[in-house]
Design a protein around this ligand. Structure first.
Ligand SMILES: Nc1nc2c(ncn2[C@@H]2O[C@H](COP(=O)(O)OP(=O)(O)OP(=O)(O)O)[C@@H](O)[C@H]2O)c(=O)[nH]1
Ligand SMILES: [Mg+2]
Length: 452
C-alpha cells in the first residue's frame, strides 16, 4: 500500500441502482484538471455549481451539481470533487467511463477513507466507524458508530496513551538517576500509584468497548431441539412475526429459516431448524443435516426442550454432542403446561431459561440472557462502537500493565517496567492507527464498500 496517493480515484458514493440523485466522488491531484475538462470550468470551492457533464465531443452525458473541495480541507485531505447527477445506472457508468478517460482510476473498497486516514483526517477507529455506521442494523448501533466517528473512542485511547507516555518518561528518569538525592523513585509508590490508576482507566475503557463490540457484532443464535418442542414458536415470539410455520405435527420445519431482529438495539440473527431425530424421510433428513451444519457458525445454541417432559435421553445426547462445539442454553418451553415458574434457572446443571412461547412468559429473562451473552449491559446504551481487534488491543495493553506491576513490585526492575509501558502504548496505538502495520490497514480497508 502506497503511503502517498499519487493518482486520482473515482467511484459512485451513493447506492447503486435507480434513484433521484447519484453522487460520484473524485479524490486526488488531477481533480481540478478533470473537473475543468468535464464541465468547462472549476467551480468556486465549496459552492454548488450547476454544470453539464460533457463527453469528449462536448455533448452532455448528464447535467448536475459540482462541488469542489481543494486540498487539504476535504474528506481525504486531497483535492476532492463530488458530481451529483441523475440516479441512473447507465448514466453513472457513462460518467465513470468519461472520468477514467480523463485520467481517473476506479477506486477500490475503502480507498477514500484510507486516504483520509493516511492524511491524518481520521484515526483508524474513526475510519472503521464510518463502515460500522453504514452497516449498522439498529438505531443504537448507528448512534454509537457516529459517536466513534466523532472521536469519542479515539480521545479516550489517546488520553490513556498520554498518561502511559508520561509514566514511561518518569520511570526512565528514575532508572537514569537511581540515587538522586537519596530518593527511591522506584520504591516510593509514585509509579505504582500511577500505574494502578492507568490500569483502572483501561479497565473502564475495556468495559465500554466490550459493550460497543457487543452491539456492533450482535449474536447469531441457532435454535435446535427435538421435533415439536416449540422451536419455530420461539422464533416467531422473539421476532414478533409469524415467519415460521407452526403446527402440532412433529417434523413441520424442514428448512433452515433465518430472521434478523434486534433486542433493545442488540442485533440478533435467529436461525430456526428442523427438529433433530432419526428419519427415513429424505427431505426431513436433509433438514436435520442442515440443522447440524448451523452449529459451527453459532455464537450460541438455544436447545429447546419440552418442560413437561424435561431433559430426555435424546436431549442429553445432544447436550453432550454440542458441549465442545458451542455454548448452549436450555430453553424449557411450554411452562403454561408444566406450570413451572418462568425465568432463568439451572436444569441438570445447565444454564436454562423457562419460557412459554404460547403466553410469552419468561421472554424478558431470555432477552436479558441474550444481552448478557453478547457482553452488553442490560441498561446502558453503548458509548461508541468497537471491534474485536480493539478489544484484543485493550486486553494486550492490560496484560502489559499487569506485567509492569509485577516487574515493579516483585523484581524492582525499572527498565523492564518501562519496556512493558512501551508495549502497552503500542497496543493502544494500534486502535487509533498511530502505531500500525500495512497488513492491518489492507485488511481493514478492503472490507469497506467502494466509494467510501
Ligand atoms: N401449550 C404450548 N404449546 C406450545 C408452546 N410452544 C409451541 N407450542 C405448540 O407446540 C406445537 C409445535 O410447535 P412448533 O413451534 O411447530 O415446534 P417445532 O419445535 O418448531 O417443531 P418442528 O418444526 O416440527 O421440529 C404447536 O402445536 C405449538 O402450538 C407453548 O409454549 N405452550
Ligand atoms: Mg419448527
Amino acid at each position: 500500500m502506497a503511503v502517498a496517493a499519487p493518482d486520482t480515484i473515482a467511484a459512485l458514493a451513493s447506492a447503486a441502482g435507480q434513484a433521484g440523485v447519484a453522487v460520484i466522488r473524485l479524490s486526488g491531484p488531477d481533480v481540478p484538471a478533470i473537473v475543468t475538462a468535464l464541465t468547462g470550468r472549476l467551480p468556486a470551492p465549496r459552492h454548488a455549481a450547476l454544470a453539464g457533464f460533457l463527453d469528449e465531443h462536448g455533448q452532455a452525458i448528464d447535467r448536475g451539481l459540482v462541488l469542489y473541495f481543494p486540498a487539504p480541507a476535504s474528506f481525504t485531505g486531497e483535492h476532492v470533487a463530488e458530481l451529483h447527477g441523475h440516479g441512473s445506472p447507465v448514466l453513472v457508468d457513462l460518467l465513470l467511463a468519461r472520468l477514467v478517460a480523463l485520467g481517473a482510476r476506479l477506486a477500490g473498497p475503502g480507498e477514500f477513507s484510507q486516504r483520509a486516514f493516511l492524511n491524518d483526517k481520521l484515526s483508524l477507529d474513526q475510519a472503521e466507524a464510518i463502515a460500522d455506521a453504514i452497516a449498522a442494523t439498529s438505531a443504537v448501533t448507528a448512534r454509537a458508530a457516529v459517536r466513534s466517528l466523532e472521536g469519542v473512542f479515539a480521545r479516550d485511547v489517546d488520553a490513556l496513551v498520554a498518561e502511559l507516555t508520561a509514566l514511561r518518561v518518569y520511570t526512565e528518569a528514575a532508572i537514569d538517576f537511581p540515587d538522586e538525592e537519596d530518593v527511591d523513585f522506584l520504591g516510593d509508590g509514585q509509579i505504582l500509584g500511577r500505574l494502578d490508576a492507568i490500569a483502572a482507566r483501561l479497565a473502564d475503557l475495556r468495559a465500554a468497548a466490550g459493550q460497543g463490540a457487543g452491539f456492533r457484532d450482535g449474536l447469531r443464535v441457532v435454535i435446535l431441539g427435538a421435533p415439536n418442542v416449540g422451536k419455530s414458536s420461539l422464533l416467531n415470539r422473539l421476532s414478533r412475526r409469524d415467519s415460521a410455520i407452526v403446527t402440532a405435527i412433529a417434523g413441520t420445519t424442514r428448512d433452515v429459516l433465518t430472521e434478523q431482529l434486534s433486542i433493545d438495539g442488540l442485533p440478533l440473527t435467529l436461525v430456526d431448524t428442523a427438529g433433530l431425530r432419526e428419519t427415513d424421510d429424505p427431505v426431513e433428513a436433509e433438514g436435520v443435516r442442515r440443522a447440524r451444519a448451523e452449529i459451527a457458525g453459532a455464537d450460541r445454541v438455544l436447545l429447546v426442550i419440552d418442560d413437561t417432559a424435561g431433559v430426555t435421553a435424546n436431549d442429553a445426547a445432544l447436550l453432550t454432542e454440542l458441549a465442545p462445539a458451542a455454548g448452549v442454553t436450555l430453553i424449557a418451553n411450554k411452562i403454561d403446561l408444566s406450570t413451572n415458574a418462568p425465568g432463568a434457572c439451572a436444569i441438570d446443571g445447565h444454564t436454562a431459561v423457562r419460557v412459554s412461547a404460547k403466553s410469552g412468559a419468561g421472554f424478558d429473562a431470555l432477552a436479558a440472557h441474550l444481552k448478557a451473552l453478547a457482553g452488553v449491559d442490560d441498561q446502558a446504551e453503548p458509548v461508541f462502537v468497537a471491534r474485536r481487534r480493539h478489544l484484543a488491543a485493550l486486553d494486550e495493553a492490560g496484560v502489559c500493565l499487569t506485567t509492569a506491576r509485577q516487574r515493579l513490585t516483585v523484581d524492582a526492575a525499572g527498565d523492564l517496567v518501562a519496556e512493558e509501558l512501551r508495549l502497552a502504548q503500542n497496543a493502544l496505538g494500534a486502535i487509533t492507527g498511530r502505531v500500525t502495520s500495512d497488513d492491518l490497514l489492507g485488511e481493514i480497508f478492503s472490507s469497506f464498500c467502494i466509494g467510501k
